[in-house]
Design a protein around this ligand. Structure first.
Ligand SMILES: [Zn+2]
Length: 58
């Protein structure tokens, strides 16, 4: 398990070691989506996920 803080709210996110690059992680607290940019051993890097194809019916 890898732990990283949410970029938005500083909540600690637990990321499984089975996770792979490109996987989307959602913060349970603020609901922000992050994409795993890189993951190796106990180090993980996230970037804000692009909101693609989501239509909130504006
Ligand atoms: Zn958050």
């Amino acid at each position: 398990m890898v732990t990283i803080k949410c970029h938005e709210c500083d909540k600690e996110l637990n990321i499984s070691n089975d996770s792979i690059k490109g996987e989307i992680v959602t913060c349970p607290d603020c609901g922000s989506d992050f994409e795993i940019v890189s993951i190796e051993n106990d180090k993980v890097e996230l970037k804000p996920a692009e909101k693609v194809g989501e239509d909130w019916g504006e």
